[in-house]
Ligand binder design. Structure first.
Ligand code: VGL
Ligand code: ZN
Length: 235
């Protein structure tokens, strides 16, 4: 056996070691969920106080604390089935059944190519290695960064985010963004199911409906998410 082969067979890759350790730091990724003008005050699906997360998110992006940063971007065609405007007689925030599951009907938002769908122009996106666009299929909504919502066949096809993170040796995700009770929630739930350690930065999220926040916090922490404020994060 050559020296090279002996070395590579006896030594696990740094990425593999890091992902087993599950500790913070070297193998963590910052996941920035749907930080887009349509979800901020003035946007078509504005989340109350959504703009309050921006300076903390910016600091985190610039801190260099997370070697990998990944963003998700809600990115719908104009004929998307989650839009109330595409259902006769429906109003925004009505609930219907779509492919056998409850579906909230939203105001038109994050329409591909519009200003409201951009990643927020004031954040330093140059630090982000990958952007996962979701919600492109007009027939299926897509809250989570990991999987679409249920489609007509009952499956929830993967976006590829899980594979990307694993191949980069990531074991721990630090999640922030909008909206806490939809896309952040579904992303955290899927991340836990995929076996990642998850820290949710509560102060760097806001909800469409804050009345459910207490129950949501309990649910996510019961499922295994660590819930912190950004000020409590190790530097
Ligand atoms: C979202 C509703 C519809 C979100 C996206 O980013 O939380 N919510 N599309
Ligand atoms: Zn959407």
């Amino acid at each position: 056996m050559s020296i090279d082969a002996a070395e590579s067979s006896s030594r696990p890759s740094p990425a593999a070691e890091q992902s087993r350790s599950g500790s913070e730091g070297a193998n963590s990724a910052l996941i920035l969920v749907d930080i887009q003008p349509d979800f901020l005050p003035g946007g078509s699906l504005a989340v109350g106080e959504g703009d309050r997360i921006l300076s903390g998110v910016q600091q985190l992006m610039e801190s260099g604390a997370h070697p990998l940063q990944v963003a998700t971007q809600d990115w719908h065609p104009p004929n998307h089935r989650s839009f109330a405007s595409n259902h006769e007689g429906a109003e925004p925030f009505d609930e219907i059944t779509l492919h056998g599951h409850p579906q909230v009907l939203w105001p038109d938002h994050c329409v591909q190519g519009t200003a409201g769908a951009e990643l927020h122009p004031e954040l330093p996106w140059q630090h982000v290695s990958a952007i996962i666009r979701k919600g492109l299929d007009p027939a299926v909504d897509s809250y989570s960064g990991f999987r679409n919502n249920w489609g007509p066949g009952g499956s929830r096809p993967a976006t590829g985010l899980s594979g990307l993170l694993r191949e980069r040796g990531v074991g721990h995700l630090v999640v922030c963004g909008l909206a806490r009770d939809f896309c952040v929630r579904w992303t955290v739930e899927d991340a836990l199911e995929e076996g990642f350690d998850v820290t949710l930065l509560w102060d760097l999220t806001r909800s469409v409906d804050p009345s459910g926040d207490e129950a949501l916090r309990t649910e996510l922490s019961d499922r295994g998410a660590r819930i912190l404020n950004s000020t409590e994060m190790a530097p």
